[in-house]
Design a protein around this ligand. Structure first.
Ligand SMILES: Cc1cc2nc3c(=O)[nH]c(=O)nc-3n(C[C@H](O)[C@H](O)[C@H](O)COP(=O)(O)OP(=O)(O)OC[C@H]3O[C@@H](n4cnc5c(N)ncnc54)[C@H](O)[C@@H]3O)c2cc1C
Length: 543
């Protein structure tokens, strides 16, 4: 709470080089690169960081194998290169994993053609992942007994990558990087209006927590409002060559369907790919791809039944999955970029619209707009926004690459040595669960050193705070100080993924929940807890 209040005081009346509107992946990465390269940056979001689209993804960093279907070789090349860069820069957070795709008689491709495609995909990705392979139905069954091979002709296994923690935590790391380099940032702050005055932008903002309005000035605005980018440009009259259309996608989180850490891929009855994606001790089924006219969407009973029907038909389960197995749900719209003069007619197949991004610079208004983009492509988006800022005359320090990535391997080894000396993993060892040292390093990097000190000083800091939540007391104290948690939901759903992987009734009755609120909000704990419990039913939970 204090961290946010300090940032709001810096924003109020402040003079900035750049104001970034939107704290999803595109706004977060822009903040990290521009502040990291020496500009004075303000970044705001009217919700929580990654509170909109960037917390509804499949958590994959991938080259887009399926885009080869539309012959988008350039896009696949770009995304594969981005995936490779992410794998290198985030060795603990982004992990390569297999995609085992089962092909049945109604699939659009026979296994041999899919195998050819996967080899091309591997080559386009510069052979940086494991080599793909073709499998017969029996081999698939041996690898993944859960797959129903009655109709399966064969399959392929190719490799991509996924974010081990949530998309939203990945996004927050860029906000934190910007904050640590000196940016002023606040969630739950909305840009209400902005106008040019004396060669500068004068922006009016509202703190949505207490309703007070304030102003700041900036030389350039970065419009990173994702699905809302067009509406924002309308406010100040920026005309662009592109605009956004929406494709809705849903995910269902269910108990773990396979213990192996790989993605299972299937074609649904409409011949679109959908997946079973690992999420710790859970599995995530998704996603759908439906044209919608509004960014505000929710999972409908029809969506739910569609996905459950598809997955039940393709797996050998003791009992088919039903609504009762759904632990939580996610729903969002992909902001897809189209030319202003067409290609989104009623009869356009939505799935064939490109997933590429576009960055447009309005020299006259001094606005940079980011259209589309994927989590996977975030480093490219950051670099292109930096180029656009230079185009508008802002002076950036040379790019030394320090605005992204994990600390070097020797720092990690030093951390692991210290953790070993204090027997951290022995103390908290649970069978089948990731060692604590690795978990802390992945989540906090260099900041995890301080946590070791705190646990050494007070053993209670090393205790689990909520049963099955995989969070230590020390992590909560750290989050309270430096993860800008404004509502309890910010922690439960986005900095952690507790709301995604634990059933609502278990969370509500969990012993540690009040202590979580106390650590995060001090004197305001009761009020914040009541607010969370009142909205909890709505948050990503099936009704
Ligand atoms: C179902 C689904 C699955 C996906 N899977 C993947 C995947 O596996 N891998 C991948 O790479 N990509 C994936 N994507 C794509 C990716 O998630 C999105 O392209 C990306 O998150 C978009 O980020 P963004 O920053 O542009 O938008 P957002 O995350 O929506 O951020 C825009 C922000 O702007 C804020 N905002 C808007 N107006 C204002 C205002 N006036 N004042 C202040 N703030 C404002 C909003 O609150 C919002 O938080 C998926 C998308 C979906 C929907």
């Amino acid at each position: 709470m204090e961290q946010r209040a300090n940032n709001i005081s810096r924003l109020e009346g402040g003079q900035f080089d750049v104001l970034i509107v939107g704290g999803g992946i595109n706004g977060a990465v822009s903040a990290a690169v521009l502040q990291g390269r020496g500009l004075n940056v303000a970044v705001v979001d009217r919700g929580d960081w990654a509170g909109f689209t960037s917390s509804s993804s499949s958590n994959l960093a991938w080259g887009g194998f399926k885009y080869l279907e539309n012959y988008e070789l350039n896009l696949v090349r770009k995304l594969s290169t981005s995936r490779n860069r992410l794998l290198k820069a985030y060795p603990s957070n982004i992990t390569e994993l297999g995609f085992l795709a089962a092909l049945d008689h109604s699939s659009p491709f026979p296994p041999w053609l899919a195998a050819l495609g996967s080899s091309a995909y591997w080559a386009i990705g510069n052979f940086q992942t494991q080599r793909p392979q073709i499998l017969g139905p029996e081999e698939m069954k041996a690898e993944e007994p859960v797959i129903n091979i009655d109709n399966v002709r064969g399959g392929i296994e190719y490799y991509d990558a996924y974010l081990r923690d949530n998309d939203s935590r990945f996004v927050f790391n860029f906000i934190r990087s910007a904050l640590e380099s000196g940016a002023s940032a606040a969630n739950y702050v909305e840009l209400s209006s902005a106008e040019r005055e004396g060669g500068l932008w004068r922006a009016r903002l509202r703190d949505l927590e207490d309703g007070h309005d304030f102003e700041l000035t900036a030389r350039v605005i970065v419009n990173a409002a994702g699905p809302f980018a067009d509406g924002l440009n309308d406010i100040w009259g920026t005309k662009t060559e592109h605009r956004i259309v929406y494709s809705k996608g849903i995910h269902l989180v269910v108990p773990q369907l396979t213990a192996s850490e790989r993605v299972l891929a299937f074609f649904d009855d409409t011949q679109r790919l959908f997946y079973v994606i690992p999420m710790g001790r859970r599995s995530v089924i998704g996603t759908t791809d439906t044209r919608v006219d509004t960014p505000f969407t929710e999972v409908t009973e029809e969506d739910r039944q569609f996905l459950l029907r598809q997955i039940n038909a393709r797996l050998d389960l003791d009992q088919p999955l039903t609504n009762d197995d759904i632990i939580s749900e996610r729903c969002g719209v992909r902001p897809l970029v189209v030319k202003n003069d067409g290609d989104d007619r009623e009869d356009t197949d939505w799935t064939t619209l490109s997933r590429k991004h576009e960055i447009e610079v309005d020299d006259h208004h001094r606005v940079i707009t980011i259209f589309g983009g994927k989590l996977t492509d975030c480093l490219n988006v950051g670099e292109e926004v930096a180029e656009a800022a230079e185009e508008l005359g802002l002076l950036l320090h040379p790019d030394d690459g320090h605005w992204y990535g994990e600390p070097p391997e020797e720092v990690r080894q030093d951390f692991m040595r210290q953790a070993k000396r204090m027997k951290l993993d022995d103390l908290r060892h649970k069978k089948g669960v990731e060692p604590l040292s690795e978990r802390l390093w992945r989540r906090y990097g260099r900041r995890a050193f301080g946590m070791l000190d705190e646990i050494r000083e007070d053993a209670r800091m090393g205790e689990d705070i909520m049963h099955s939540a995989d969070y230590l007391r020390v992590e909560l104290h750290h989050a309270a100080r430096s993860e800008m948690i404004t509502k309890l939901e910010d922690f439960m759903l986005r900095r952690s993924k507790i709301d995604l992987v634990v059933r609502t009734d278990k969370i509500r009755t969990a012993d540690g929940l009040s202590e979580v609120a106390e650590i995060l909000f001090g004197d305001h704990a009761d009020e914040k807890l009541a607010e969370y419990l009142a909205t909890g039913e709505k948050v990503d939970q099936p009704s």
